[in-house]
Ligand binder design. Structure first.
Ligand code: GLC
Length: 554
């Protein structure tokens, strides 16, 4: 069994990582150019988001051919070179498998639309409701909504049926009840495994098993009916067995999931996945659960969620993926930190806060230098289908353009998709050409070169956190207990392993914060030594966004 507990994963969004051929779009050779940088950071795995053939309606999460590389990203030779060059530096490759849906350009869907019965059975086609005659579409089969706004059903006149798409209309859902579909998908995973891939991330994998009966959701938009569906665990075990995933590092993206299911997904005896992403902690700034309604983050709720998931997963023997950022999330310093006055301090505090919890940490490109949201001010700067759809939905609901743009500038997925800022050169050193999406205006100050020139760089702080995980087994192996639970400003926890203790104190506020327990420096009187922090020395309380990590043996 590969040990994934002391490993760190780095996520690469290839489109925005490094452009090697001057077309404004990042590519596989761009990743090869930066392998030394990634090796220096000290990560173990590189999770690369989809670069398969795709019309790019959802930036590659709409796959038209699972075993072909989109020429805009490179060729199979480039990929093989990437695997081997990464391997020479001790870096392993993890690929992103989008097995819940395909693109509507996939040959399977094209054949289904032509009426080929075998392929019609690959997708979820249903009759409309309240049809007046055979030609009449009627109404969508259920009231379910897709993730990007609007109905999850699309009328297909050639087949006289509605097809289900839980994401964009160009992403028809596959029918996992069909054993042939499951076999095909296992074959896709095997194909990449045979090309030297060491791990996999499975996209929205808890949405693969739809409910037995398709009926309206009387309490919501449908999600609770199709998340963690009736056969999901069985399908995952089958995939692991038939694609030969046992012993590989796997992570599932779990939409709207719960602790009970995440234990079932990740307990080693379940033979399903190594670990899971859940998103509850990234909704604490959604007003009434609505992503498009702004609110200051509720730090007490964040603390409560971390405590519940961390201790619940530990008690039940499950394993978490630890993360703040990915290609679907705004930048964390702009969100739970302070991107202006305390950018460096808050970036480091947020990093230590999750890297020292129980689980496997993920770093999303640019997080290690404290990249921020770009602060776009015009709709022309956005590319993401979800953002463009919701801009229109917000206007339809009566928001002004200014209000809708303000919401997008905080919530859009494009906030995390801007080009990696490598240097102060034009386009942040990402490309010689105009990038496919505008670079953040602060690239001249916030970039890899300038961060690495500083002695106390954010990059070196991340490197140190990774080193601590490798050197101190308590981080990978220890138990966890939350402290200061009533403290509105400070998130704190203790890790314990054998006779060792590690205390992590994080101030989530722009102001000085105190501990309920007493003085911070009291830990020193108890024999604790500071292991890492983002300020010099220690005081009675915690300075703005301060993090202190104490260690004691015995
Ligand atoms: C996942 C991906 C996201 C994509 C969606 C549909 O949530 O992370 O980028 O849009 O699945 O595939």
């Amino acid at each position: 069994m590969t040990d994934f507990r002391n490993k760190v994963v780095y996520q690469i969004y290839p489109k925005s990582f490094k452009d090697s051929d001057g077309d404004g779009v990042g590519d596989l050779r761009g990743i090869i150019e930066k392998l030394d940088y990634l090796a220096e950071l000290g990560v173990d795995y590189l999770w690369i988001t989809p670069f398969f053939l795709s019309p790019q309606k959802d930036n590659g999460y709409d796959v038209a051919d699972y075993t072909a590389i989109d020429p805009r990203f490179g060729s199979m030779e480039d990929f093989e070179e990437l695997v081997s060059a990464a391997g020479k530096r001790g870096l392993k490759i993890m690929l992103d498998m989008v097995l819940c849906h395909t693109s509507d350009q996939h040959l399977w869907f094209q054949k289904a639309l032509e009426g080929d019965e075998t392929y019609r059975r690959y997708y979820i086609l249903r009759d409309g409701r309240n049809k007046k005659d055979p030609e009449d579409p009627g109404e969508p089969p259920t009231n379910w909504q897709c993730a990007f706004g609007g109905s999850a059903w699309q009328w297909e006149p050639r087949q006289g049926k509605w097809y289900l798409h839980l994401h964009d209309v160009s992403q028809p859902d596959l029918d996992w009840t069909n054993p042939r579909v499951r076999e095909e998908l296992a074959g896709v995973v095997r194909f990449w495994k045979e090309r030297g891939v060491a791990g996999f991330r499975f996209d929205v994998i808890n949405l693969i098993s739809k409910p037995e009966r398709f009926e309206d959701d009387t309490e919501g938009l449908g999600r609770r009916l199709f998340a963690d569906g009736p056969h999901v665990h069985e399908y995952l075990r089958e995939l692991v067995a038939s694609a030969g995933l046992e012993g590989m590092v796997t992570v599932g993206e779990m939409a709207s999931t719960d602790l009970e299911n995440c234990l079932l997904y990740t307990r080693p005896e379940a033979h399903e996945l190594s670990m899971v992403f859940n998103f509850h902690h990234l909704k604490v700034d959604y007003r009434d659960g609505d992503k498009w309604a702004l609110m200051e983050p509720d730090i007490m709720e964040l603390k409560r969620l971390f405590a519940a998931w961390q201790t619940g997963m530990a008690e039940g023997g499950g394993w978490n993926a630890l993360f703040w950022c990915n290609h679907d999330q705004p930048r964390i310093v702009s969100r739970f930190g302070d991107e202006k006055t305390y950018r460096k301090e808050s970036a480091k505090m947020l990093a230590a806060c999750i890297h020292l919890m129980r689980g496997t940490p993920y770093i999303y490109q640019g997080e290690e230098i404290g990249m921020t949201n770009p602060g776009y001010t015009s709709i022309d700067q956005y590319r993401d289908v979800e953002s463009l759809n919701h801009y229109q939905i917000l206007l339809d609901k009566g928001k002004t353009e200014g209000e809708a743009l303000e919401i997008l500038s905080v919530r859009s997925r494009d906030n995390g998709r801007t080009p990696m800022q490598w240097s102060e050169e034009p386009h942040g050193g990402f490309s010689e050409a105009e990038p496919w999406i505008p670079v953040a205006a602060n690239f001249a100050e916030v970039n890899v070169a300038s961060d690495m020139r500083e002695k106390d760089s954010i990059f070196s702080f991340y490197r140190e956190l990774i080193r601590i995980r490798k050197e101190m087994p308590i981080v990978a192996e220890g138990g966890i207990r939350f402290l200061e639970e009533e403290n509105p400003d400070v998130l704190a926890y203790e890790r314990r392993w054998n006779n060792e203790s590690l205390i992590v104190l994080c101030n989530f506020r722009r102001q000085y914060a105190r501990l309920i327990k007493g003085c911070v420096s009291d830990y020193e009187k108890d024999g604790y030594r500071k292991r890492i922090g983002n300020y010099q020395g220690t005081g009675a309380g915690l300075r703005p966004y301060e993090v202190i990590v104490y260690h004691k043996v015995g």
